[in-house]
Design a protein around this ligand. Structure first.
Ligand code: C2E
Ligand code: MG
Ligand code: MG
Ligand code: MG
Length: 282
């Protein structure tokens, strides 16, 4: 353990920091290779209408199968892609790949919509709107068929800049969604100003929706809030029939979750999309 002391500042180096820094650098290096080596792929998780079981859309979720590390979950590499700026290129690949896939599925299901996750660095990148436009044009996907998901914490980190950027995107005709709602401390006043179309209730709230009392009341309040603001409300992380029933009773219109359908490889989703409804919800 080494200590460096100077006037007014103390820097302490712990051995574990060294290991973390090395791991960060090595992961960043591998990530840089991954795109060119074709190690990323997308799975898609259906968005389901809770009253009918109809699949109305899909959310693209990135997967990284690293030959050296094995499968790396997005929660482990998206933050590093974000810090290093690699997310701009990776995000562009996600936009292009998912838009092409959605356009193909729309030959069978013309109303199918696509949700794409967007990180903060991507949203604030000056080229982002142009990237979205290009992905839509190349795929032949109408802009109204695409919803961009931004987390509440991204929107709250620089609210003014976020509102400006969202307004520009909305002019393209794409829809906007607040992901992981309820985890990011946005104020009601700010929520009213945001030019968004959809609110996704974070699954931390849904995990408790099968319970009664306060937990259920809290979810009801979020659903009602979304509807008052004129937003489409989607419940994330529905894992069992009790949660599904509770959400239906609360009037929540849309949902996602393992109970309805897991994130799925595109080849395996084709049949389900042709049938049109998620087995569990129908
Ligand atoms: P998210 O956008 O909130 O996506 C939902 C996450 O919950 C996904 O995890 C999904 O697999 C998982 N999930 C879905 N249903 C259930 C359920 O019933 N129970 C539980 N326990 N989990 C469920 P995943 O795929 O690991 O992605 C994690 C996060 O990584 C995403 O959260 C999103 O923030 C980010 N992410 C994924 N793909 C992309 C991408 O292409 N670009 C960016 N910027 N971020 C991405
Ligand atoms: Mg999402
Ligand atoms: Mg979410
Ligand atoms: Mg999440």
């Amino acid at each position: 353990r080494a200590k460096k002391e100077g006037p007014g500042r103390v820097v302490v180096y712990e051995p574990h920091m060294h290991a973390e820094a090395l791991n960060y650098l090595s992961l960043r290096g591998d990530l840089r290779q991954a795109l060119q080596a074709g190690e990323f792929r997308l799975q898609y998780q259906p968005l389901v209408r809770l009253d009918t079981g109809e699949i109305t859309g899909v959310e693209a979720l990135i997967r990284w199968d690293s030959p050296v590390r094995g499968p790396v979950p997005p929660a482990d590499f998206i933050p590093i892609a974000e810090e290093s700026g690699l997310i701009v290129e990776i995000g562009q690949w996600v936009l292009e790949t998912s838009a092409a896939q959605a356009a193909a599925w729309r030959q069978v299901r013309p109303e199918l919509t696509l949700n794409v996750n967007v990180s903060g660095h991507q949203l604030m990148h000056p080229r982002f709107a142009a990237d979205v436009t290009r992905a839509l044009a190349v795929a032949g996907l109408p802009s109204s068929a695409m919803t961009l998901e931004l987390t509440e914490s991204v929107l709250m980190s620089d609210p003014q800049a976020a509102v400006a950027s969202l307004a520009g995107l909305r002019e393209l005709g794409v829809r906007l969604s607040i992901d992981d709602f309820g985890t990011g401390y946005s104020s009601l006043a700010y929520l009213r100003e945001l030019p968004v179309d959809e609110l996704k209730i974070d699954r931390a709230f849904i995990a408790r929706a099968e319970l009664t009392g306060e937990d259920l009341a809290l979810v009801r309040t979020i659903v009602d809030l979304g509807h008052i603001l004129g937003l489409r409300v989607v419940a994330e992380g529905i894992e069992n029939a009790a949660q599904l029933d509770a959400l239906r009773r609360l009037g929540c219109c849309y949902g996602q979750g393992y109970h309805l359908c897991r994130p799925t490889d595109p080849a395996d989703l084709a049949g389900l999309l042709r049938r049109g409804s998620a087995a569990r919800a129908a």
